[in-house]
Design a protein around this ligand. Sequence first.
Ligand SMILES: [Zn+2]
Length: 147
Amino acid sequence: MSTAKKFEAGDEINSRCLKCKDVTNHVIVAMVEEKVAKVICNVCKGRHNYRPEKPEKTAGAKKKAPRGAASAEAKAAKTEARYVKLLAERDPAKAVAYAMTGIFKRDELLDHPVFGLGLITKTIRPDKIEVEFRMGCKLLICGPVER
Ligand SMILES: [Zn+2]
């Protein structure tokens, strides 16, 4: 692109002015190589760094939240969505209360005093069940299981 106009000190240029909170006419007072560095506002006579009329897209500046936080959030949302889907057509009234010696079947709704309602997604011999709760999957001890 050869359209870039060459400026030099003393030229007038439009720049954003923080004092005027507007784009105003400025006079260039300092150049750094081919770039306008310092300008003086013709309105408030303030001297400041040149600011282009439209904010430049700052390369590399990302608005995104840190990757770790975002993915943890996404994971939690996914877990909850799966949970809601799993329990959508189940009747909470039919949930069986959890007990360490209880005997449970896969696909049964479980009512846990701490984790709340969950769905038994797997029975693991000899005495464990995998339960999908709102906060995620938990392995619970129970009475002997059958497959
Ligand atoms: Zn100004």
